[in-house]
Design a binder for this molecule. Structure first.
Ligand code: HEM
Length: 527
């Protein structure tokens, strides 16, 4: 008999609708050859097998298995948008940074907001701190402000950062989040109490990314045109107003929409309701750091505003959604080391570790030429003299001599941008900050006393729910830490924990009675 004829060959293409302003495209391979059939694989006869010469199938599958890049180790789930920063007040007496050089000056920017502990597919409305990362494309290079929605952090020594990450993520055996491990770690580090109090307070679940403040958290430095140094903290205050969710509201939202923050930000920008933040700084003259009663480089503490009031700097709005999420949001690389003349680091140990660690993570996550990805690329000329490497996309500096010094005027350093010297003293040692400065309790105590009775009660209840099934000795340790901040704080948490234990026991009984687990309705035998 004659071999079967293939009826589908050379059929006319179906009619197409316009996709916005996009022109119709014709499918090609990655090297530009036309693809004749994208519906059917190339097989020997209608029943197969496949032919190895179906190179388009191979190319498609090869790309598909390489689509996923490593997720960020923390802050994996996030949303991003482009925007504009505008200077509203003159702060040139403190910094020569060009971005702040005159009132009315505008700078293009990109922002990414995140939850921290959840993985890339986690729900948005979870109790957690939020990342608040800003990238300003200034004429003297990019400036990244990689902050959070809290002015302090759990730690003041970077040694413990990998452990923090492990403690808040998954138990290696059960692959579940573990209240025991999480609270064991937090309660063993009393310096975490300030940050934990914020996370367990109303601010622990912002209603959306638009409804939260952003903080640089660390102390950075400003250098002005006279080469004077100031210590500085950055605050970005939401103009949408602070709005938060209770645990119940968040549970309802997550049940219906795991992407509530992403949806909120995207929709607001699409309808032209551009979210705005006002930027302020707190500024401390260099020498005051030596005498100020609070350690100015301790990330677990704030500078009270009565000592260092907020100084207005400017405003930014987010006004453009990325055309492609992966290209701009997933591939965005923010780093505290991405600084510009006039804005520098401080001796804060946590910041010093971050100066190294982010670019290291990004070379692993995105590749050595990650700075050329459009969202990360500076908008000013770049002459870094780095060459080659995986994924190099530009002309690779062509035939320019590749060494420095050279006799051809290439890659000249710019000594006029040197920062003034910074005095440093002390013996090299493993300095135990707990011995010389162990006041971790006054600031969380102050914060607690600022709350209304209702806010305090929600703090107790949120804490008790979050501690869940952690063992008693950990709960007792936490009550002890809270009591040191304020006896009423400790007492409130203790009572809420008692109530919560009773509630959990009742829920367990009710669950056992209903026995609905494992009794889902069956169905037809579909095999
Ligand atoms: C993301 C390390 C503390 C805010 C990251 C990433 C690393 C990291 C490796 C992923 C970077 C990437 O793959 O692109 C550390 C270390 C810390 C620390 C070692 C302490 C020693 C902090 C603090 C803040 C912060 C104190 C806020 C004040 C962020 C934000 C992101 C991030 C916002 C996400 C950036 C984005 O949207 O891409 N961190 N971190 N981190 N971190 Fe940290």
């Amino acid at each position: 008999t004659a071999p079967p004829k293939n009826k589908s060959s050379k059929k006319a293409a179906p009619a197409v609708e316009n996709h916005g302003k996009c022109p119709v495209t014709h499918l090609t391979t990655q090297f530009g050859a036309p693809v004749p059939d994208n519906q059917n694989s190339l097989t020997a006869g209608p029943r197969g097998p496949l032919l190895a010469q179906d190179v388009w199938l191979n190319e498609r599958l090869a790309n598909f298995v390489r689509e996923v890049i490593p997720e960020r180790r923390m802050h994996a789930k996030g949303s991003g948008a482009f925007g504009t920063f505008t200077v509203t007040k003159d702060i040139s007496q403190y910094t020569k940074a060009k971005i702040f050089s005159k009132i009315g000056k505008k700078t293009e920017m990109f922002a990414r907001f995140t939850t921290v502990a959840g993985e890339r597919g986690a729900a948005d409305a979870e109790r957690d701190i939020r990342g608040f990362a800003l990238k300003f494309y200034t004429e003297e290079g990019n400036w990244d402000m990689v902050g959070n929605n809290t002015p302090v952090f759990f730690l003041r020594d970077p040694r413990k950062f990998p452990d923090l990450n492990k403690a808040v993520k998954r138990d290696p055996r059960t692959n579940l989040r573990s209240a025991t491990y999480n609270w064991d770690f937090w309660t063993l580090l009393p310096e975490a109490l300030h940050q934990v109090t914020i996370v367990m307070s109303d601010r622990g679940i912002p209603r959306s990314y638009r409804h939260m403040h952003g903080f640089g958290s660390h102390t950075y430095s400003f250098i002005n045109a006279k080469d004077e140094r100031y210590w500085v903290k950055f605050h970005s205050l939401t103009q949408q107003g602070i709005q938060n969710l209770s645990d119940d509201m968040a549970a309802d939202i997550v049940a219906g929409d795991r992407e509530s923050h992403q949806r909120d930000l995207y929709d607001a920008i699409e309808r032209g309701d551009f979210p705005k933040w006002k930027m302020y700084v707190q500024v401390m003259p260099e020498m005051e750091a030596e005498t100020y009663h609070i350690h100015p480089f301790d990330l677990t503490k704030v500078w009270p505003k009565k000592d260092y009031p907020l100084i207005e700097v400017g405003e930014f709005e987010l006004n453009r959604n990325p055309e492609n999420f992966y290209a701009d949001v997933e591939q965005a690389a923010f780093a505290p080391s991405t600084l510009v003349p006039g804005i520098g680091p401080s001796p804060d140990k946590m910041l010093q570790a971050r100066l190294f660690n982010y670019a290291d993570a990004q070379r692993y996550r995105l590749g050595v030429n990650y700075h050329q990805i459009p969202v990360n690329a500076a908008r000013c000329p770049v002459h870094d003299n780095h060459r080659d490497g995986t994924g190099r996309m530009d002309g690779n500096y062509g035939s320019l001599p590749h060494y420095e010094p050279n006799s051809f005027g290439q890659w000249q350093e710019q000594p006029e941008y040197r920062d003034p010297p910074l005095k440093i003293n002390g013996d090299a040692d493993f300095w135990n900050f707990r011995e010389d400065d162990d006041d971790y309790f006054s600031q969380p105590g102050d914060l607690f006393r600022l709350m209304s009775k209702e806010q305090q009660q929600r703090l107790f209840d949120n804490t008790a729910r979050a501690m869940g099934d952690a063992p008693d000795f950990i709960k007792q340790r936490y009550i002890g830490n809270c009591t040191k901040a304020d006896p009423a704080y400790g007492k409130g948490v203790a009572e809420a924990l008692k109530k919560q234990a009773k509630l959990m026991a009742e829920q367990k009984k009710a669950m056992a009675k209903r026995k609905y687990l494992g009794a889902a309705p069956g169905g037809e035998d579909i095999g």
